[in-house]
Each structure stands twice: as structure tokens, then as C-alpha cells.
Ligand binder design. Structure first.
Ligand code: TXA
Ligand code: MG
Length: 312
């Protein structure tokens, strides 16, 4: 059932049940993070391997600090600058965090999401919320309440409807090496914004940590998605394949298209990407074609999601 009743969502979560929640990035599949039974249900409904850990969502910096250690001046600068918002911190966990949340790791990922309904909800609860994106593992993340309701809705007690997500791609996940910021997942808060604080950035090397959600194939549509250098050329070379193109600006191609932005606005493209992938997947197209995106700002997060959606 979908609705805007925060008190109802709070009461269901307090009973150990699952609720779809809005955030500014994507919708989450939430449960009481301190209730191992409720958390196990998240893994079951998402069909998520138990080795893939979950993010915990808190109402405030003060709340988040209860669940992590090593709150350095760098972490504090990022938190006070960007929270509530689209950056998550990978830090050593305290004993309050059940091992099921972290898949046995001694580190946990935390964030304070920036959505008025969910902040209100979190402030009514005396526990944090574990919430992966509210989709079946490896499929496209949901950016509105209908996406959640129409896929896993029957397995949830409620979907809290907070409208469309304002960012549209997941949070940036960062860890820390001394005072350097290690980027584990590109997302809503850009590298440029982190650098502007005077912080040094290191890109996560393959060996650095086990981040299973970073598996190559992820965010997949059932129609193959192809990242091609030139859509015109691709059409010429594949005249018999029915395709739909995702475009970064208006263009006439003679095939079906979905325009993600009228004028290559990266924030607009991020905002529309997952919804457009879902729509493209419902058409009779045999391929979804899209060109590479500029590697800057939130373009990096978009490029990452496209590459994973395209991976075989
Ligand atoms: O924007 C977001 O972050 C959304 C909204 C709902 O908050 N959540 C989200 O969660 O994207 P999920 O579970 O779909 O992605 C979390 C990622 C996964 O790649 C997971 O492997 C990684 O974070 N992760 C979580 N805890 C971790 C840990 N302790 N160590 C390493 N990686 C971790
Ligand atoms: Mg996800």
C-alpha cells in the first residue's frame, strides 16, 4: 500500500516490518537496522546475497556517531557540509551494529538522507534504518514510489510516497585513509565538491575493500543496454535491430528516443536516467542505445551506472 502517512510507517517499522522509503537519491527498502530478523527480510525480498552489506540511515550526525568509530575532522567536515545529503561514510562499526548489516565486516556505511518525510520518520524512531535501494538485486534502482510498489510492493507493509527523487542516482560512498578520502562509489556528491573542501581524494583500488554491490553487472535492464560512441553510426551498422535511444539533448534520429535532458544538464540526466531505463525496458525495443557521458561532476556517477548496466 502507498501513502504519505509517516506515523503509520514508523509504527510498522517498529513492529519489525519492511517499508519503502523516499530519499533524495533513490527509494530505499527499509527495516529496523538493530533487528536482525527484520534485516534478514531485506535480504530475502531483494534476493540479495548475504555477503553484500547494507547502508544504515540516521536522523542526524549525533545519531550516526552512535554506530561508527574514528569520527575524524575530515569525516566531520564532510558530514557538516553535505548531511543531510547524498554521501555515505564507510567507518569502523560500534557493537550496536549487527553483523548481518555489514556482512561480517568490522566497517559499516552510514548516511543521513535528505528527504523531509524520511527525516521526519527517522526522528520518530529510536533505531536507525537499514535501507538498500528498493529493487531486486542487480535491477534498476527505483526513483519514485510507483517503481517500488509495482515491483516489490506486495512484499512490503507500506511504501511511503515522497514523490520523485531529486538526485536520481545513489549516494557517493567514501572511506578514509589517514585524512584522505577514498571513493568507493561515485554518486550524488561529486569529487569536485569534495575537493573544493581542500580534501585529497584517492580512488578505490580493486584490492582496497570488498564492495560486492560494485559487482560489474548491476542496474541491469532486461533489454540489452549498449553504450556506443555514435548512435547514428550504430543505427547504420544495425539497420535490422529495433532500438530505443536515451539522449542527453534533443536530436532527431529516426528511431524511438527518450530525452533525458533538453540541453545536456548533468543533474537532469541523473534525475531521469533510471526512470528512462525502466520505460525503455517496457517498449518492444531489442536494444537500448546511449552514448558515453562527459566524465565530470555527477557525469561520473552516470557513467558508472551506464557501464554496469551495459556489462555482460
Ligand atoms: O543512495 C543510497 O545510498 C541508497 C539510498 C536508499 O540511501 N542506498 C543504496 O544502498 O544505494 P545499496 O545497498 O543499493 O548500495 C549500497 C552499497 C553496496 O554497493 C554495498 O556493497 C556497499 O554500499 N556497502 C554497504 N556497506 C558496506 C560495507 N560495510 N563495506 C563495504 N561496502 C559496503
Ligand atoms: Mg542498490
Amino acid at each position: 500500500m502507498i501513502g504519505k502517512d509517516v506515523a503509520k510507517a514508523a509504527s510498522l517499522l517498529s513492529d519489525g516490518l519492511l517499508v519503502g522509503i523516499p530519499t533524495e537519491t533513490v527509494y530505499g527498502l527499509a527495516a529496523n537496522a538493530l533487528d536482525a530478523k527484520a534485516v534478514a527480510e531485506i535480504y530475502r525480498v531483494k534476493n540479495r546475497p548475504q555477503f553484500n552489506p547494507l547502508i544504515i540511515h540516521c536522523a542526524s550526525i549525533e545519531e550516526a556517531k552512535k554506530y561508527v568509530k574514528n569520527w575524524s575532522s575530515t569525516v566531520n567536515l564532510l558530514a557538516t557540509t553535505f548531511w543531510p545529503g547524498s554521501i555515505s561514510f564507510l567507518l569502523p562499526k560500534t557493537d550496536l551494529v549487527p553483523d548481518l548489516i555489514t556482512a561480517g565486516s568490522h566497517k559499516v556505511v552510514v548516511r543521513v538522507p535528505n528527504h523531509p518525510l524520511t527525516l521526519d520518520l527517522l526522528s520518530q524512531l529510536d533505531f536507525p534504518l537499514a535501507a538498500p535501494s528498493a529493487n531486486i538485486s542487480n535491477t534498476v534502482s527505483p526513483t519514485n514510489a510507483d517503481h517500488v510498489e509495482n515491483t516489490i510492493g506486495s512484499q512490503l507493509s507500506y511504501v511511503l510516497d515522497g514523490g520523485s527523487c531529486s538526485i536520481g542516482v545513489e549516494s557517493t560512498i567514501v572511506g578514509f585513509e589517514d585524512e584522505k578520502v577514498v571513493i568507493h562509489r561515485e554518486g550524488g556528491v561529486t569529487r569536485e565538491a569534495i575537493k573544493a573542501l581542500g580534501l585529497e581524494i584517492v580512488i578505490n583500488k580493486a584490492k582496497a575493500i570488498h564492495t560486492p554491490g560494485q559487482l560489474k553487472r548491476h542496474y541491469a535492464t532486461s533489454t540489452p543496454l549498449l553504450v556506443v560512441d555514435s548512435i547514428e553510426q550504430w543505427i547504420e551498422e544495425n539497420p535490422n535491430t529495433r532500438a530505443i535511444a536515451l539522449l542527453y539533448a534533443k536530436r532527431d534520429l529516426g528511431i524511438k528516443t527518450i530525452i533525458l535532458s533538453k540541453n545536456y544538464s548533468l543533474s537532469e540526466i541523473a534525475n531521469n536516467l533510471f526512470g528512462a531505463m525502466r520505460i525503455a525496458d517496457t517498449t518492444d525495443a531489442e536494444a537500448i542505445v546511449v552514448e558515453p557521458i562527459i566524465n565530470e561532476g555527477i557525469g561520473r556517477a552516470i557513467a558508472d551506472r551506464l557501464a554496469r548496466a551495459a556489462a555482460q
